[in-house]
Design a protein around this ligand. Structure first.
Ligand SMILES: [Ca+2]
Length: 306
């Protein structure tokens, strides 16, 4: 296992110039159709031209904290997604696990579904109109669909008229523990606490490819919550405040983000580890939080070239 302190030391002292580009990844869902956004990071075949083959040194990304929003401090955050103004969040712990939706900026979910007590909720991904929720050790994967309430809104209060539900549409099985989950619209990618990422069929969840995530040839264990953005797979590392951005073509960590300053803000009796990454395809910013944190933070990422 890589020593996280060593990783941080490595990434902090090294700077690599990176030019900006335009948002373009054909396989990504929810691609921004508005202005072309300057990118602080990019992976895959279209990644930055200065990147070198082999085992590159990760580039540390810096960030500007552009906003913060409320987050339920009893939400043991596992999976985080942003879609059309809403946060979708899966949470863990036996007897408390839940899938919830709430408008970014509001504390209270307008839609939620508790998981059976036998489940410890884990990662979350959106596939078309379905929400796929991992569970920790059961091997079960739960698929939900958001069902719009058909009640006549004119006869109901605001809260009642917005009472949609998450309907369980399928329970599937995978062969490993479930930790993090994300999708680029072509594959689902899951983590299991090891250094491996497993690419899965969107519908059957059958494994199709596995990569080992490395920093300069050293495997990175404890990959947790995931988020696909600009061809990179962003990952929390359980037990650390470091987010790594992984190139899915070879498993190499291309960039890192140090969230220690945000974790320090949240340090209190309830707050747990950094976990939860959601990419905003509408403005290119990244939303991050942690288990039982009181806030979701919106970050504008930048690199040495900006
Ligand atoms: Ca995510």
């Amino acid at each position: 296992m890589i020593k996280l302190s060593a990783l941080c030391n490595i990434v902090v002292v090294l700077k690599v110039a990176l030019a900006t580009g335009t948002l373009a990844h054909a396989n990504e869902p929810h691609v921004n159709s508005q202005a072309q956004l300057p990118l602080a990071f990019r992976c895959g075949a279209t990644r930055h031209r200065s990147a070198v083959a082999g085992s590159p040194t990760p580039e540390p990304l810096s960030f500007k904290l552009v906003d913060h929003y409320p987050h339920r401090n009893n939400a043991f955050s596992q999976g985080l997604i942003f879609h059309q103004g809403y946060i979708y969040e899966s949470t863990g712990l036996y007897g408390q696990s839940m899938l919830a939706r709430y408008p970014l900026g509001q504390l209270t979910p307008d839609t939620s579904q508790t998981l059976d007590d036998k489940y410890f909720g884990e990662g979350l991904a959106m596939v078309d109109d379905e929400f796929v929720v991992l569970t920790w050790k059961s091997g079960d994967v739960l698929r939900y669909r958001l069902t719009q309430n058909t009640t006549d809104a004119t006869t109901q209060s605001d809260s009642q008229s917005q009472a949609n539900t998450f309907e369980l549409t399928a329970t599937q099985q995978i062969e490993s523990e479930g930790w993090g989950l994300t999708s680029n619209g072509t594959s689902l990618v899951s983590s299991d606490g090891s250094s491996a990422l497993t690419f899965r069929n969107l519908e059957t969840l059958k494994p199709e490819k596995k990569i080992i995530v490395r920093v300069m040839d050293r495997p990175v264990k404890h990959l947790n919550e995931l988020e696909w953005a600009n061809g990179c797979i962003m990952a929390n590392i359980w037990g650390s405040d470091t987010v790594v951005l992984i190139d899915p073509t070879d498993g190499q960590v291309r960039y890192t983000i140090d969230l220690a300053s945000l974790a320090k803000r949240e340090r209190n009796d309830q707050a747990n580890v950094t976990n939860g990454i959601a990419y905003r395809h509408d403005n290119g910013n990244v939303l991050v939080t942690g288990k039982n944190w009181q806030h979701i933070y919106e970050l504008e990422l930048s690199n040495a070239a900006q």
